[in-house]
Write a new protein. Structure first.
Length: 374
């Protein structure tokens, strides 16, 4: 049977990672397809952290423990290829790994993954948190004066999530200070989020890099803080930034190619991940009905275009611009963005199905029934 549900399509997307990029031995995943461009042995620590997140998404959708096994395999490969260590020189990379580890902990209940996430948190705060241009996190150990959204955004998200597990430590305090710094330093009046400041020790903001990645991180950080504090000002900021990102960076349907480097391939995936968190937060919200509808329409339109243009021999293999046919060469970071978007579309489809079922059950004359949606 040809299952056209978005959950079935998400399965195809997940399996496409292994189909196109599977590799034997220590490499775990080939960096590109075809596998003959550039240095195929480069260790992309932060891409692999997102592979973990993708596999946890699949587990949340299906309940199949095979997906958590794959998440743990990706975790093991990161540590193995990193010389047995959790840490590297980039605070944003480490925080992505920690975020993924915390989710694996929630999926499996295994304490060791939470211990690793906390160890990364402690290392990042000890090595990178400083008061240059205001209390906030540096980007990397070699540039402690350079502050940016890619480092402070995931710090906020991780801080809030760790605070739910242990309120005896100041996780939430760090998260709020980092968010306040981001808002004051890198977020414009329209909610657009700039990349970083002081890269050349001149106090200048880098306005030339207009990336979906930064918008998604700020949205995710604001949604987490709203959930933790109940302060609607955070939700207001999340909605404003999401709407601005779609207006400023998309063509109304998809985000065009943001660059031909491998890292850029992952940027829109970060936006779609945290767009999904925002839409979940807006499920019963009465203030942002129109904005929620517009953002849902954008998610549907983009994933429709992705699916219409990105299939190759029954597997998903898009380029960075989902409105165009597949391109000759892609890194697996590009496919990860597509996987995240399809997973969020499946999540939206399941939420819509649940709402329809609830409406039917409450309709006049409806009879009670017991069943499982999906």
């Amino acid at each position: 049977m040809n299952d056209t549900s978005w959950s079935a399509r998400a399965d195809i997307a997940q399996h496409s990672i292994d189909h196109w990029f599977g590799a034997d031995g220590i490499q775990f995943l080939a960096n590109s397809h075809p596998h003959d461009r550039g240095n195929t042995e480069v260790f992309n620590y932060w891409w692999l952290a997102h592979v973990i997140d993708a596999r946890v998404d699949a587990w949340l959708r299906t309940g199949d423990p095979a997906w958590t096994d794959r998440a743990i395999a990706a975790r093991d490969n990161i540590v193995e290829r990193n010389g047995g260590q959790l840490f590297n020189d980039y605070f944003d990379d480490m925080l992505w790994f920690a975020l993924a580890l915390e989710r694996v902990h929630r999926a499996t209940g295994q304490q060791r993954f939470l211990d690793e996430a906390i160890a990364i948190w402690d290392h990042v705060i000890a090595e990178g948190w400083n008061d240059t241009l205001g209390e906030s996190l540096a980007w990397r150990k070699q540039q402690l004066y350079y502050k940016n959204t890619p480092a402070n955004g995931p710090l906020v998200i991780l801080g809030v999530r760790l605070s739910r597990l242990d309120d005896s430590r100041d996780y939430l305090g760090y998260a709020r200070r980092a968010f306040d710094w981001l808002t004051a330093t890198l977020v414009g009046a329209d909610g657009f989020v700039e990349d970083g400041v002081n890269r050349e020790e001149d106090g200048r903001v880098d306005t030339q890099w207009r990336f979906t990645y930064n918008q998604g991180l700020y949205v995710g950080a604001a949604v987490e803080l709203h959930a933790a504090t109940g302060d609607r000002a955070y939700l207001d900021r999340a909605v404003q930034t999401a709407m601005t990102a779609v207006r400023e960076l998309s063509d109304g349907t998809v985000f065009p190619d943001e660059g031909d480097g491998g890292d850029e391939g992952l940027f829109k995936g970060v936006f779609y991940r945290y767009l999904g968190e925002l839409l979940a937060a807006l499920t019963d919200d009465e203030q942002y009905v129109d904005e929620k509808a517009a953002l849902e329409d954008f998610l549907r339109a983009g994933t429709d275009a992705l699916w219409a243009n990105g299939l190759v021999d029954g597997h998903l293999r898009p380029g960075n611009d989902w409105s165009k046919p597949p391109v000759e060469w892609i890194p697996y970071s590009t496919l990860l963005s597509a996987v995240f978007a399809v997973e969020q579309r499946a999540r939206l489809e399941a939420r819509d199905a649940g709402a329809d079922a609830a409406a039917s059950a409450s309709a006049p004359g409806a009879t009670a029934s017991v069943g499982v949606v999906g």
